[in-house]
Design a protein around this ligand. Structure first.
Ligand SMILES: NC(=O)c1ccc[n+]([C@@H]2O[C@H](COP(=O)([O-])OP(=O)(O)OC[C@H]3O[C@@H](n4cnc5c(N)ncnc54)[C@H](O)[C@@H]3O)[C@@H](O)[C@H]2O)c1
Length: 377
């Protein structure tokens, strides 16, 4: 039976999620809600469901909801996630929350703890690894084609530069929020690095911004250079920027994971996976095995997908599938705990930057209880 869904926060992303639920056989969209009445009404009309102007009203009118999908934003794109998520969990609903789980790490810790206490699923829309290239890379890792992972190099940030800069932001967000980009965006690249390489134990960060931002009075630290060590001993590097420059190799989103048996590179998130067999491996041809610095030719897979938007229905379907199948909570894909990890790393990066690049140890993640999930009320 399809899971009954109510979406909270009906602007761009809420409408996107609502559309995904409508098209997914595992879901039945039954209600939408926004504190701005016109947005709720407009979305309700568009999706053919009922409008509510508070989550409280929506929960009262639909006690049979299975999932509340939190698509609010707020300060630093995350300050309005905590309240609706806690309210929905307390009402016995599973929750899918947009990233970042919160703009405050202590709130995110409480959200994960509450879902765990209540035995409910808390997922996060960490959609960037719900792609064909990431699936292909997972397969390479599982087959042993990468061997022992030694490093991870990741770059993420929309293309731009001084010609596209729109001036100091007029809204409140960036003026008083030097960490807007760090808190609102790094959930994605950190989720990628952790997905492929595991937990991060050490973080060192430098942050800056281009001169055109500072002369416009914009305080956002939009260029972030972050060096990490993984629990496995592998090392990693993340370079993130917010439309300040245009990445060359690999486009706006690229990751390279290198190991003792081979390396893979994903370009433009959804587009292309290249596997580079290690020199001397049976995947590398004989000539290349012999040549001095010659690298074995990569095995390239183009997905044929160029639209990043394709990650939304795929990720949402995975959440619906996990809830339908009642997977153990620890196996939930892109869980609240996974999202908390990205915030612990973000907080360590901020602390490191504030201490002039000091080495930081992110707070370890909580262990989830082993009980099976409860049915939503
Ligand atoms: N995963 C991704 O790739 C991705 C991409 C873009 C944005 N996002 C995230 O999606 C979220 C939403 O983005 P957006 O651009 O649509 O945000 P937005 O701020 O434009 O819209 C949020 C809506 O939520 C409503 N709202 C706020 N608090 C509410 C409450 N308590 N109850 C009901 N409605 C409430 C607001 O009135 C507004 O209409 C953000 O957290 C953002 O970080 C994720």
């Amino acid at each position: 039976m399809a899971l009954k869904i109510g979406v909270v926060g009906m602007r761009g992303i809420g409408n996107n999620h609502a559309e995904c639920h409508k098209k997914d056989d595992l879901a039945e969209l039954v209600a939408v809600c926004d504190i701005v009445r016109e947005r709720a009404d407009e979305a309700a009309e568009k999706h053919g469901v009922k409008a509510y102007y508070s989550l409280k009203e929506m929960l009262a009118a639909h006690p049979d909801l299975d999932i509340v999908d939190v698509c609010t934003g707020g300060f630093e794109n995350g300050s309005w996630h905590f309240e609706p998520t806690m309210e929905a969990l307390d009402a016995g609903k599973h929750v899918l929350c947009e990233k970042p789980l919160s703009n405050q790490v202590d709130e995110a810790r409480r959200m994960v703890a509450r879902a765990d206490e209540l035995g409910l699923y808390l997922g996060c829309n960490l959609n960037h690894y719900f792609t064909q290239p990431a699936d292909g890379a997972d397969e390479r890792l599982a087959n042993g084609d990468v061997g022992q992972i030694l490093y991870c190099l990741h770059r993420m940030g929309p293309p731009g530069g001084e010609f596209t800069y729109g001036g100091a932001p007029s809204d409140f967000r960036d003026k008083d929020a030097p960490y807007f980009h760090v808190k609102a965006f790094l959930a994605h690249p950190f989720s990628i690095m952790r997905h492929f390489c595991g937990d991060i134990t050490h973080v060192q960060a430098f942050m800056d911004q281009p001169g055109y931002r500072s002369s416009a009075g914009d305080v956002m630290l939009s260029v972030n250079s972050i060096h990490v060590r993984f629990a496995s001993g592998a090392v990693g590097y993340l370079l993130s920027q917010r439309g300040d420059s245009t990445f060359g190799l690999g486009g706006w989103w690229s990751v390279e994971v290198g190991g003792t048996r081979g390396s893979f590179v994903i370009e433009n998130c959804v587009e292309k996976l290249s596997y580079y067999p290690a020199k001397g491996s049976e995947n590398a041809d004989a000539l290349e095995k012999m040549a001095g610095f010659g690298s074995p030719a990569p095995i390239v897979t183009n997905s044929g997908v160029t639209d990043f938007g394709a990650t939304f229905p795929t990720r949402i379907h995975a959440f619906l599938e996990d809830v339908t199948n009642q997977v153990p909570r620890a196996s939930l894909r892109a869980s609240g705990r996974d999202a908390l990890a990205t915030l612990e790393y973000t907080w360590a990066a901020i602390e490191s930057y504030e201490q002039g690049g000091a080495l930081m140890r992110p707070q370890p993640l909580p262990q989830l209880r082993a009980e099976p999930p409860v049915e939503s009320k």
